[in-house]
Design a protein around this ligand. Structure first.
Ligand code: G3P
Length: 226
């Protein structure tokens, strides 16, 4: 499982990369617009913070293939490092994915709501597909079910494309897609914290310290005592 952070906020990125085993950062136009700063500056700062090797997924705005390709080439040249261009699975997006595959530019097919959208994107050359789990669940669909179907299709057809499950609102959705064999998830910083959080873990730690300190003294740790 690869964990990615779905945010463009530098403080949140620094904190999560310090604490957790993060593989990269994903953004989309909505996430970027929340920062309300220079677009390229945001991305260059993220790249500088996470280094050249971690994945950075950045979305295009255009909806025509040639324009999408132009944006992809611009972003690839300007931001650099281990970059993935996010392209929605509209017909012109699929055309752009085919062109970018030939040019050696890596693509994450995004705004995926069905298994067939994912399969077409994968066959066209996408490296990742991003199914929107919570947005599917929100309209009485089965987000994890769609992820499961995609994982099965990629196995059936021996495709190298990976599932980057996205759009989560709670820990259970992340757990469900993990059990379905999703290769990676992108979660917001709050959910990344929630994945580890449990009141009984905190209670246990408090009890351990209290029992220890009652014998070995307040503030003492293992190397302070005999
Ligand atoms: O990165 C795209 C995806 O995570 C969108 O999430 O929460 O806006 O549905 P959300």
């Amino acid at each position: 499982m690869l964990y990615l952070l779905d945010t463009a906020n530098l403080d949140e990125i620094k904190k999560a990369f310090d604490l957790y085993p993060m593989s990269g950062v994903t953004t989309n136009p909505t996430i970027i617009s929340r920062e309300n700063k220079s677009f390229i500056k945001i991305l260059k700062n993220i790249r500088e913070t996470i280094g050249q090797d971690k994945m950075l997924h950045v979305q295009v705005i255009s909806t025509h293939a040639q324009e999408i390709v132009k944006e992809a080439e611009y972003l690839n040249k300007t931001i650099g490092g281990n970059l993935y261009i996010k392209i929605p699975v509209i017909p012109e997006g699929i055309k752009a994915i085919k062109i970018l595959k030939l040019k050696g530019i890596k693509v994450t097919a995004t705004a995926v709501f069905t298994a067939q959208q994912a399969l077409i994107a994968a066959v066209s050359g996408a490296e990742f597909v991003a199914p929107y789990v919570n947005r599917i669940d929100s309209i009485s669909g089965n987000g994890a079910g769609v992820v499961s179907q995609i994982v099965t299709l990629f196995k059936n057809y021996n495709l190298n494309c990976k599932v980057l499950a996205a759009s989560f609102k709670n820990v259970q959705q992340v757990q469900d897609v993990s059990l379905c064999g999703a290769h990676s998830v992108t979660v917001n910083p709050a959910i990344m914290g929630d994945l580890l959080s449990h009141p009984l873990t905190d209670k246990s730690v408090t009890q351990f310290i209290s029992d220890w300190e009652s014998v070995y003294g307040t503030g003492k740790v293992t190397y302070d005592v005999k």
